[in-house]
Write a protein that binds this ligand. Sequence first.
Ligand code: CA
Ligand code: CA
Length: 246
Amino acid sequence: MGSVHRRAVRVVLGTVVAFIVAYPALGAGNGSAAETAAAPPQEMKGLKLLHFEDFEKGPEAIAKQWKPTDPKAWAVMEDGAGHAYALTGASDYTPPVRSPHNISLLKDLEVTDFVLQADMKQTGKEYGHRDMCIFFGYQDPAHFYYVHIATKADPHAHSVFIVNDAPRVSIATERTEGADWGLDVYHKVRIERDTTSGAIRVFFDNLDQPIMTAEDKTFLHGKVGFGSFDDTGNVDNIVVWGKKKE
Ligand SMILES: [Ca+2]
Ligand SMILES: [Ca+2]
């Protein structure tokens, strides 16, 4: 919550100039970076705003907040008028059981119920398992959920998965046949988690109609994060509304 307040204060005081000095790319753009930095709503579906990250605060501040499987695989990069968190290659990381190889977790936040939203762009080649992943309910490297959004659904792609001390298992009850990442396009991705009912709902661009649903109560809290099974991509404008783990 603290970072959200600080951002709001800075905008009120007109210290945008400081950002432009620190990040010349912002000043050179068409103003869209300032627009993307607009604070998200304080509440979503009855859940309080807990975190907002637009990757414009500078590499050191950002590094403190994220725990990547391999720091060399991730970088804050200029993209358009602003910056995004980019997964640029394979992590030097071997998961204990068959599951994604590239993960960066938000370090200090553990949630129960949440709505997690981000702008995500896939930067790899087109193929059936072309993916980006979102992680949640993360306990440790062998216990978590992840959503794998990919071109073509099959038993190992484009689904909600659980990793429970064994190779990942698809748990989606409904899902589309795949998602079209396109070329150099950011998509609005949203995950909704209700730990009382166990519901998991995944949205891709259309925030009214989910592309995947699941129901599971194995992990009722945990960290959240982003990444890919084995591909590359960018994440920006991450928003978490939710209930912190007591
Ligand atoms: Ca940004
Ligand atoms: Ca893949």
